[in-house]
Design a protein around this ligand. Structure first.
Ligand code: HEC
Ligand code: HEC
Ligand code: HEC
Ligand code: HEC
Ligand code: HEC
Ligand code: HEC
Ligand code: HEC
Ligand code: HEC
Length: 465
């Protein structure tokens, strides 16, 4: 029923396309696309929306062009449909009212004046895409600000500065949006992190994978969309993918994949011959439905210090059953692989996870706790003693790489960047730790830890006062 509204909008859009058919035919016969798509204004659009389009077409041709080429434009979804605000909204752009006092510009007149806000949130999109917004809201992506404040020592011990967080952590995870002097606070905006907390209470920003104003499924289906955040020493999924056979095939054949297949119809074997991040984690495949909750299809928390089941992840227990989710992931594989091949892969992954837990993490964790409890390493702050850094990197860097490498078929990550590095780290960590215990000696503590000035209060918008 809810979908009906969107289809109605789609039909309206199609009528619009047919009406401007004469123009399209002209563009085709010219055999070349115009630099900026002509836009025929439809009668069904309110004049205020026409004003946005016409004025911004002059002011920001790049922004206008993106929108004009989007499915939204074809379906008559205008700037105003997304940026509409109420005068009393905290994030309404007060400065924008001045645009309607520009008598020199045709569209800058009072009669077109309406309140707008720059941030367009999952709640705004949910008017027309309720299912995607609901699934997204349940994911770890949407809830990551809460998760990181519950577990992260950089934040809870104030070991980095607020600025380092804004340009680093919060760029990927998201900021808590704030206003300052009547405009969005530069400490929090621009930002399109996956868990950004918006003024309307909704979490995230859909533009982190579908960049504005194309809002394309093609872009989100490509691994690079995920690789903006899923990269680097501690979560090198894009590097892992590119090194896997699936990534090789993407490199060789990607330009033949049908990236623009209609939503929900992107089919393994028909539209692509090897999966991308989206195929395995989000897109519909066989009997498994498309989901905007990336927590689905996972059976382990392979990023955690001790690998556990998603249901047992205390900061944000998944409301799933790991056996059901494992079966879903297998259905994806079995669009292209037999059962023996698929099962074999997961037997190895489960064994990898157990070896990591038992051989590397548990003994290191035990001795670290020992050092803290004996006071040989000071527990009040992380990272100011070398052993704390080594312990952290054992699970957070090489230990993750060993697990992710095995999960996503990248042998170089499973071994050379993974278990090989784990061994090196483990030997050095154990030697230093046992030495301190043997001599009952306190570890050297960095006298000056740079820029450990970050605010340690959890965001009250999530945790309350
Ligand atoms: C007469 C011209 C004009 C009209 C009409 C107009 N805008 Fe703008 N708008 C601008 C300009 C110019 C800027 C950039 C202002 C700046 O750079 O300080 C802007 C900025 C914005 C911003 C960013 C605001 C911010 O605080 O960052 C949004 C969002 C926006 N416009 C949306 C709209 C929408 C939606 C409409 C129609 C309801 C609209 N505009 C109508 C000229 C216009
Ligand atoms: C489908 C919804 C949607 C439509 C339609 C839309 N926008 Fe946006 N717009 C967004 C989103 C999402 C952002 C990114 C901000 C965010 O992450 O909240 C954005 C950002 C902006 C910004 C600020 C970004 C910057 O780089 O300064 C401006 C200005 C803007 N839009 C103007 C427009 C104009 C003008 C139109 C019509 C031609 C338009 N928008 C149509 C959703 C939309
Ligand atoms: C007023 C209704 C409306 C709003 C608001 C809206 N959309 Fe859409 N959206 C549509 C319609 C209609 C389509 C076209 C469906 C089609 O062509 O298959 C569409 C299509 C899409 C697509 C598929 C594009 C493709 O390449 O097939 C994406 C992705 C999308 N919207 C994302 C968003 C996001 C993100 C937001 C919020 C920032 C948003 N939409 C806000 C109505 C809306
Ligand atoms: C380049 C983008 C990026 C930056 C910068 C970044 N992270 Fe992350 N972070 C991620 C991604 C992606 C994951 C998911 C890892 C996984 O599941 O494999 C993650 C995972 C985490 C987790 C684990 C969450 C869980 O569910 O166990 C925490 C905690 C965290 N990050 C905190 C931080 C903090 C604090 C900073 C800054 C000091 C930071 N991150 C910087 C992208 C980033
Ligand atoms: C983590 C990346 C990511 C984020 C964030 C994201 N999407 Fe998507 N989205 C995708 C992928 C991948 C597809 C393509 C699924 C497929 O292959 O059909 C998609 C498809 C869509 C479609 C097409 C219909 C469908 O369900 O397949 C719509 C509409 C859409 N997204 C809206 C949204 C909205 C609204 C938000 C914010 C609440 C959002 N997306 C956030 C990755 C993302
Ligand atoms: C803007 C940054 C960003 C983008 C883009 C992004 N992610 Fe993430 N992703 C994160 C962060 C941050 C986390 C960690 C959230 C947490 O656990 O707190 C994460 C976690 C995940 C997880 C683990 C979920 C869980 O329950 O453990 C998966 C799977 C995932 N992302 C897949 C994807 C895929 C697939 C794409 C692309 C279609 C994508 N992500 C795009 C930042 C991003
Ligand atoms: C061939 C399918 C496949 C592809 C392609 C793939 N993944 Fe994965 N991914 C998996 C499997 C399987 C797991 C482990 C699932 C489990 O927990 O049992 C996993 C685990 C993850 C995790 C760890 C989640 C956690 O909390 O433990 C993240 C994050 C992730 N993938 C992101 C990505 C990103 C980003 C890409 C693309 C750069 C990608 N994946 C490509 C299948 C795939
Ligand atoms: C769209 C089809 C498709 C999907 C879906 C798919 N794969 Fe593959 N996979 C391939 C192709 C094609 C190859 C290359 C086989 C070869 O080496 O000839 C491959 C190779 C592999 C390999 C061999 C890697 C190597 O280096 O030899 C493994 C293991 C694998 N896939 C596991 C999986 C798992 C597990 C899943 C699900 C999580 C999955 N695949 C999903 C198409 C797919």
């Amino acid at each position: 029923m809810k979908k009906l509204i969107c289809y109605a909008a789609l039909i309206l859009g199609l009528t619009g396309l047919i009406m401007s058919g004469a123009h399209m035919a002209h563009a085709q016969s010219a055999g070349n696309l115009p630099k900026v798509k002509e836009f025929r204004i439809e009668r069904s659009m309110p004049p205020q929306a026409v004003a946005c389009i016409e004025c911004h077409k002059q002011e920001h041709p790049g922004l206008f062009g993106d929108w004009a080429y989007s499915r939204h434009a074809s379906a008559n979804v205008t700037c105003y449909d997304c940026h509409k605000a109420e005068e009393f909204d905290p994030d309404v752009s007060k400065q924008h009212y001045k645009q309607y006092e520009r008598s020199e510009v045709k569209w800058g007149k009072r009669e077109y004046k309406v309140p707008v806000a720059a941030a367009v949130t999952p709640k705004d999109c949910s008017r027309c895409h309720p299912d995607e917004a609901k699934q997204y809201s349940q994911s770890k992506h949407a809830n990551t600000i809460e998760i990181i404040w519950k577990i992260d020592p950089w934040l809870n011990n104030g070991m980095n500065s607020d600025f380092e967080r804004t340009t680093g952590c919060f760029h990927c995870h998201g900021t808590v949006l704030k206003m300052k002097d009547d405009t969005l606070d530069p400490q929090t905006w621009p930002n399109t992190g996956v868990g950004r907390l918006n003024f309307d209470g909704s979490k995230g920003s859909c533009t982190s994978c579908h960049t504005r104003h194309r809002f394309s499924v093609m872009e989100a289906r490509k691994p690079e969309a995920c690789g903006q955040c899923h990269l680097g020493p501690d979560h090198p999924q894009i590097e892992i993918f590119m090194e896997s056979k699936h990534g090789d095939i993407y490199t060789a054949f990607g330009d033949t994949y049908n990236w623009n297949a209609a939503p929900g119809t992107w089919t393994p074997g028909v539209d692509y011959r090897a999966p991308t991040c989206a195929s395995c984690h989000m897109s519909g495949s066989g009997s498994v439905m498309t989901s905007h909750d990336v927590t689905e299809r996972l059976a382990w928390e392979t990023q955690a210090p001790l690998t556990i089941r998603p249901e047992n992840f205390k900061p944000f227990p998944a409301k799933v059953n790991h056996e059901v989710e494992r079966e879903k992931m297998k259905v994806v594989c079995m669009q292209c692989h037999g059962k023996v091949w698929t099962d074999g892969h997961f037997v190895r992954l489960d064994k990898n996870v157990k070896e990591y837990n038992e051989v590397y993490f548990k003994p290191a964790d035990k001795i670290m706790k020992d050092l803290w409890s004996k006071g040989l390493v000071d527990k009040t702050k992380m990272f100011d003693e070398e052993l704390e850094v080594e312990y952290y990197e054992l699970w957070h860097h090489e230990g993750r790489r060993a697990r992710f490498g095995a999960a996503m078929m990248a042998p170089d990550y499973a071994w050379w960047h993974g278990f090989y590095e784990c061994k090196k780290r483990y030997v050095s960590f154990m030697e230093k730790a046992q030495d301190l215990i043997k001599h009952n000696q306190k570890a050297y503590k960095a006298a000056e830890f740079p820029n450990a000035t970050g605010d340690t209060t959890r965001p009250k918008e999530i945790f309350g006062e």
